[in-house]
Design a binder for this molecule. Structure first.
Ligand SMILES: O=C(O)CCC(=O)C(=O)O
Ligand SMILES: [Fe+2]
Length: 468
């Protein structure tokens, strides 16, 4: 990553408190800091329909040159404050605005370095090529035909009225997710399994829904697009071979979480998606509808990494702007190596259909080999959770099963711990899978015998009853 464009957090009053700082990876000085508010005020009066965030992004991309920024803003490619979704979706590459970081007139300052190390820097990306290059994601703008996207949005806005908030533990933090979600699966059978066999944070999910016909139709499109993107990713980023543990099978989503962010403050904190039922190196297809929000990603760096705070490539975060009707593919290198979040927004451009709401659908593939009947159980009696070592360099990237309670707010995990072993394709190997398979066969046989017995028993009882 060559250059970061950074800013300080806004204070409570958005107009008065925008205090951006520009820097490159070799941090730039902040000589222009005081004048930036003034520049923004000028730009804002010249371009009243463009929001402050966008003005700031383009201004920073032009190294603080107001005239060049204004010129760039005259192109018809920029998001308008009116919230016209098609305009937002047509955001253009930063490259077309940016000048080379080498020509930046900012120079290093100790203040800047401190800011980087304390808060990290943020690189704002809009363009698919930039996103693909700098993150483990790819994006497709204007993914569905416009009417289909609006219609799905309408349906899910209606559905979301009965969504609920989740409480969960993300590593050491207890998080009551400040947004609402609904969970959808493909069939009634899967719905029953989800309710009675799968465990989330030590609890059963009570509200599981079947995919609506629209969600099903879109799933097929997402599936096709994601599989293409996976192949492209393998070709362009993985040297032609899928990652170790990544499934070689075509990606076939069988579940979807639908998130609703009602207003600019609703968000989801930094996390990686749980691997327990998806297995290692999962791919997720994430469709955004309604208001544009920032999806942030940052590398997971072990605590004992010497460069952790000083190297902006490690400390920095990237904001991917997700407009209405964009499909983001989180590739196989994402969950284990990066965290993501949807940050609260200071201000948003209302969407003509959704108002201030954003709907997000993450299509996921629950792998059969990771059905709770196939994975280890801890002494607590519930399926263990699958995690990966990220805190220390020692054993970095190694998978393990541990007590589910480590993920449950307010509960202490028991001692259960086991390294997880997978074959190259990410299928669990060794004891559990094979043994369990044998056990399953045995228990299925036993059950069959038992069932016959029980049926006979019932029959006998009935016979007894009727004869008495
Ligand atoms: O809303 C989004 O774009 C992402 C949601 C998310 O990270 C999740 O559901 O795990
Ligand atoms: Fe997530």
């Amino acid at each position: 990553m060559d250059a970061f464009v950074t800013r300080k957090k806004r204070k409570s009053s958005p107009e008065s408190a925008v205090q951006p700082v520009a820097a490159s990876a070799t941090p730039g000085h902040d000589a222009h800091e005081e004048s930036t508010d003034m520049k923004l005020a000028i730009l804002s009066s010249l371009h009243p329909n463009v929001d402050q965030e966008t003005l700031l992004d383009i201004l920073l991309a032009h190294d603080g040159d107001v005239e060049a920024t204004s010129q760039a803003l005259k192109t018809p490619r920029l998001p308008k404050k009116t919230g016209d979704s098609s305009t937002v979706a047509a955001q253009s590459s930063m490259r077309s605005f940016a000048v080379s970081s080498a020509s930046s007139d900012y120079s290093p300052s100790s203040k800047r370095i401190k800011l980087l190390s304390r808060k990290g820097a943020t690189l704002h990306l809009y363009d698919p090529a930039d996103i693909s290059e700098h993150t483990p994601c790819t994006i497709i703008h204007n993914f569905l035909p416009a009417e289909e996207a609006d219609s799905l949005l309408r349906e899910l806005l209606e559905e979301s009225k009965s969504f609920e908030k989740f409480t969960f533990k993300l590593f050491d933090n207890v998080v009551s997710s400040p947004h609402t979600s609904g969970f959808y699966v493909g069939s009634y059978k899967e719905l029953q399994e989800q309710k009675h066999e799968y465990v989330y944070n030590g609890m059963r999910m009570t509200d599981v829904r079947t995919l609506t016909p629209q969600l099903e139709r879109v799933k097929a499109r997402v599936q096709e697009a994601v599989n293409k993107e996976i192949q492209e990713r393998i070709r362009t980023h993985y040297g032609g071979t899928k990652l170790k543990y990544q499934s070689p099978e075509p990606w076939t989503p069988n579940a979807a979480f639908v998130n609703c962010y009602n207003g600019p403050q609703e968000n989801v904190g930094w996390h990686s998606d749980q691997l327990t039922y998806l297995g290692p190196r999962p791919v997720i297809g994430s469709l955004s509808l309604g208001v544009t929000r920032e999806f942030r990603v940052r590398r997971i760096v072990p605590d004992d990494e010497p460069d952790k705070t000083s190297n902006p490539d490690l400390a920095g975060q990237i904001a991917i702007h997700l407009p209405h009707n964009s499909l983001l593919v989180m590739h196989a290198d994402m969950q284990e190596e990066w965290k993501h979040s949807v940050s609260p927004a200071q201000a948003i451009d209302p969407h003509p259909v959704a108002g201030s709401r954003r709907i997000n659908i993450t299509y996921r593939h629950y792998r059969g080999g990771f059905h709770p009947r196939n994975t280890p159980r801890c002494p607590c009696g519930v399926p263990a959770v699958l995690r990966v070592v990220t805190k220390k360099r020692e054993n970095w990237g190694r998978y393990f099963w541990m007590c589910h309670a480590g993920n449950v707010p307010g509960k202490e995990a028991c001692e259960f711990f086991r390294w997880a072993e997978f074959d190259d394709d990410g299928n669990p190997v060794g004891m559990k899978q094979d043994l369990r398979k044998q056990e399953e066969v045995k228990s299925a046989e036993a059950e069959q015998e038992g069932r016959v017995g029980r049926l006979n028993g019932h029959g006998n009882e009935r016979m007894k009853q009727s004869s008495s």
